[in-house]
Design a protein around this ligand. Structure first.
Ligand SMILES: [Fe+2]
Ligand SMILES: [Fe+2]
Length: 245
């Protein structure tokens, strides 16, 4: 959330001072939360963690509302900035997802139901498809090979997303373990490839070896999100394996 606020603040034009200020306030808010969390460990009282979740949930709801406001300003042509609508929408979906997850954790919802496995994949496949489009869009057009690769990933993830939606429509009949296993395996192959591509892109950007409008932190941010998705896929997979035995 802190990095989203930072990326948005970079995308506004110099005269959009209020929106920049709001973004900067969010950076401070999330930085403070980060500092607070760094003092916690596995021995921290669960009640303290529960309170923390409530606090982070509130801050995340506020940044969600801010992002939706910015999206509204862009879509009604009240502002023009370098924050493209899909990116603003994307970051708001991530905020919504994060807030929802915090709420679930406080309610003690931890076990992934088959329905949740499909829905979570639908969410993250769209996130991965969006990232591929952002990378393709922000690379310099003269980086033809990389732009082509980003487009291929975009297409691949659009297809996987449709496939996940197809499976979702077939619920509950699609909730058999072999089908879900196969579904996760297929997604994993593409997410590993995209994660490696993002890692290479990040390293090249850091070494100033490709031409783009992508800040190194953004390249790293999308890389970490792909890595996070992989961890989720593995956790679901482990859950299905445990169910079988
Ligand atoms: Fe993000
Ligand atoms: Fe993202």
């Amino acid at each position: 959330m802190k990095e989203h606020a930072f990326f948005l603040s970079l995308g506004f034009t110099a005269d959009q001072t209020e929106l920049i200020q709001e973004a900067q306030n969010f950076i401070t808010v999330f930085e403070r939360i980060e500092e607070q969390i760094s003092s916690y460990n596995e021995n921290t009282d669960p009640e303290v963690i529960r309170q923390l979740n409530i606090q982070v949930y509130q801050s995340t709801s506020y940044i969600w509302a801010y992002k939706r406001k910015v999206l509204g300003l862009i879509l009604s042509c009240k502002i023009i900035s370098n924050n493209i609508p899909l990116l603003v929408d994307h970051t708001s979906r991530e905020a919504y997802y994060f807030a929802k997850r915090l709420k679930e954790l406080n309610e003690g919802i931890l076990i992934p139901l088959p329905e949740a496995i499909i829905k979570e994949n639908v969410f993250f496949l769209k996130i991965m498809a969006d990232h591929s489009k952002f990378i393709g869009h922000l690379l310099d057009p003269s980086e033809r090979k990389l732009v082509d690769q980003a487009r291929e990933f975009s297409h691949d993830f659009d297809q996987l997303l449709f496939q996940a939606q197809d499976l979702d429509h077939m619920r509950p009949q699609s909730e058999t373990t072999p089908l879900l296993d196969q579904f996760l395996d297929q997604n994993r192959v593409s997410v590993v490839a995209l994660r490696d591509f993002k890692k290479t892109a990040r390293d090249l950007i850091e070494a100033c070896r490709i031409k783009s409008n992508i800040p190194a932190l953004l390249a790293d941010h999308v890389y970490r999100e792909a890595d996070h998705f992989l961890h989720i896929i593995d956790a679901f997979d482990a859950h299905l394996t445990a169910q079988k035995s």
